[in-house]
Design a protein around this ligand. Structure first.
Ligand code: UT7
Length: 332
């Protein structure tokens, strides 16, 4: 490719201060630290406190990414927030709240809805603007506050999720690198495997639906597990083929942090050592659209990603959706 390349020049993150341990959840539902750790790898997660929301967390993460890149708010062309838990059910979008909070005076703003695949969908979307040369500086944020949609009487879902935000500043770079290939996919026929039934245009919220608990997340855990260990893995392989590389060439796979077992099984299916997948789910649980940028951030801090590294991004989640991308890391 000859035109400008996308380069991640800054990363940011925000997680709420409140840590919720497995033991604390065990006081609310019939579960145990042993069950949660052995089935998911999760030890603790963060829950947003009073005054915190998807927009406040997203803005904090975005602010750090701008600072790290040394970019002024007025130089940002676009801000995209990937989220399933916007501050408001209809409008304004969460990205508009972030645009205002950060003073992104020139930026266009919109939300992107692809659940836990949202950050990779957003990354691919942002890169299209950079590669055509139409935009030069894009703030991409994945942020979710799933704790506010959890049914704390349903032990099969409430132990899995946490809140947080991760951000990447993507800038135009003359040197080749960044996005080498991608695969985006969806299977809406499986929408009911992971859903919140009420509160949208199909089933507006009523007292009756509220009483039935239709405002909470429900999930067919086994089906989602089966999907997560197969379809996104195939998509990652397809993405490597499109980039002209192999799975073995990947230095690190930064995947959606749903469950450590899913990632270990994926490693086994791909024939790579487990440590080829970065895993930090033990600290945050499943933070949906925030999980991949939070993993990318932590992996960088831990020195797991060096300039020149070949990365595989692997997102998957409700929709059902999946998104894989191969990325040449040029260094921050
Ligand atoms: O972004 C994608 C989000 N979704 C996911 O990542 C979920 C993917 N699915 C999974 O990770 C797994 O299916 C779970 C972790 C949700 C469940 O693990 P599992 O090994 O598939 O458990 P299971 O559903 O087969 O249930 C086994 C047992 C059941 O009891 P019985 O019927 O055998 O007596 C459940 O009721 O475990 C019970 N169980 C629990 N026990 C203690 C389910 N949740 C819990 C819990 N604590 N939190």
């Amino acid at each position: 490719m000859n035109g400008p390349s996308p380069r991640i020049t800054g990363l940011g993150r925000y997680v709420p201060a409140r840590i919720v341990t497995n033991d604390e959840l065990s006081t609310m539902v019939d579960t145990s630290d042993e069950w949660i750790r052995s089935r998911t790898g999760i030890a603790e997660r963060r829950f947003a406190g009073e005054g915190e929301s998807t927009a406040t967390m997203a803005a904090a993460a975005g602010s750090e990414a701008l600072e790290q890149a040394g970019v002024k708010p007025e130089d940002v062309d676009l801000v995209i927030v990937a989220t399933s838990t916007p501050d408001f059910p209809l409008f304004p979008s969460t990205s508009c709240l972030v645009q205002s909070a950060l003073g992104l005076s020139r930026a266009g703003a919109w939300d992107l809805s692809a659940a836990c695949s949202g950050f990779v969908y957003g990354l691919v979307t942002a890169c299209q603007f950079i590669e055509t040369g139409s935009q030069r500086c894009i703030l991409l944020i994945g942020a979710d506050t799933l704790s506010r949609s959890l049914d704390f009487s349903d032990r099969t879902t409430c132990v899995l999720f946490g809140d947080g935000a991760g951000a990447a500043l993507i800038q135009s770079d003359p040197e080749a690198g960044g996005l080498l290939s991608f695969v985006l996919g969806a299977d809406g026929s499986r929408a009911a495997d992971l859903e919140v039934v009420a509160g949208g245009s199909r089933s507006p919220m009523t007292a009756e639906r509220l009483a039935l608990g239709q405002n909470w997340i429900t999930m067919n855990g086994r089906e989602v597990y089966r999907f997560s260990t197969t379809v996104p893995v195939t998509a990652l392989v397809q993405a490597t083929e499109r980039a002209g590389v192999t799975i073995q060439d990947l230095d690190l796979i930064v995947a959606h942090q749903a469950n450590a077992r899913i990632l270990q099984t994926a490693a086994h299916n791909l024939g790579v050592p487990e440590d080829r997948f970065y895993i930090n789910v033990e600290r945050y649980g499943n933070t949906s659209a925030a999980s991949i940028p939070l993993a990318l951030y932590d992996a960088c801090v831990e020195g797991r990603i060096k300039p020149g590294a070949l990365l595989g991004f692997m997102g998957f989640g409700a929709g059902l959706t999946w998104a894989s991308a191969i990325w040449r890391w040029q260094g921050l």
